[in-house]
Design a protein. Structure first.
Length: 262
């Protein structure tokens, strides 16, 4: 078995270098990645930026600067703006000498706000007893098959708002157990796919970015995605998501969409 057939999204190839496997392929083409795994790999780099206190990523924005090829990737992160309570981080992903995606993240020093917790969406029903959902006709193999999808409402094959539990079948990086934050971002970029309103064989609805505001790091393997897409009159749309774990809401996400006939 070659490294590109390994049962993980990425195989480490040395410091900051990762070989993409076939499992990263997106639904539009087998030549470019779904942005879930690259987003999680960028977040992995942000998590590894050293800190001397207990902090959490509070907001991460992924900028998609071009198709991410299924090839070797280099990912590096740095502290941009240090601070006692709030810090700004940045990470870049490059392929063949070109930056293809970047991430900026604010992380905030943790404090106890348990007495004033409020405003979360209602917890989702569990995934128990829900039949897994397969890949819709016309969508390419890769990422979709590497994830387990259990729809509570709608689904990848049903136009309109959808809610589903999603779980990685394979690690992000071979030999590592993904963190809760990495699991979150592997799923978060699927909001537009899960809540799509258009036939993907006739329309593009590709996101240019992903922003996730995080209330707490998720626990467990399953991420709940409650998503809706709004399409405007000028070829632009927005996909919005509320993200859950088994205990309740953990984050909210949004993607700007370019909508075009194929």
């Amino acid at each position: 078995m070659s490294d590109q057939d390994a049962e993980a999204f990425y195989v480490p190839r040395g410091e900051d270098v990762f070989l993409s496997t076939r499992h990263t392929a997106g639904p539009w083409t087998t030549d470019a990645q779904h942005l879930g795994p690259p987003s999680a790999l960028l977040v992995r780099a942000l998590e590894q930026v050293a800190t001397d206190r207990e902090m959490q990523l509070a907001r991460v924005t992924i900028e998609i600067l071009g198709p991410v090829p299924i090839d070797e990737l280099t990912v590096r992160a740095q502290l941009v703006r240090p601070g006692r309570s709030v810090e700004l981080l940045n990470a870049e992903m490059s392929a063949n000498g070109r930056v293809v995606a970047s991430a900026s993240g604010w992380r905030i020093a943790k404090a106890d706000s348990t007495p004033v917790e409020a405003g979360q969406a209602d917890p989702l029903p569990t995934w128990d007893g829900i039949e897994p959902m397969g890949r819709p006709d016309g969508w390419c193999p890769g990422y979709i098959d590497a994830m387990e999808w259990r729809p509570l409402h709608g689904g990848l094959h049903v136009p309109g708002p959808s809610t589903a539990w999603v779980r990685q079948r394979i690690p992000l990086v071979a030999g590592e157990k993904p963190t809760g934050m990495q699991r979150l971002f592997t799923v978060a970029d699927s909001g537009n796919g899960l809540s799509n309103r258009l036939n993907p064989s006739q329309w593009w609805f590709i996101n240019t970015d992903l922003t996730v505001h995080i209330q707490r790091e998720p626990v467990g393997e399953w991420i709940g995605l409650d998503a809706n897409t709004v399409i405007g009159p000028s070829g632009i749309g927005t996909a919005s998501s509320v993200l859950h774990d088994a205990e309740g809401q953990v984050a909210v996400g949004a993607q700007a969409l370019m909508v075009r006939p194929r």
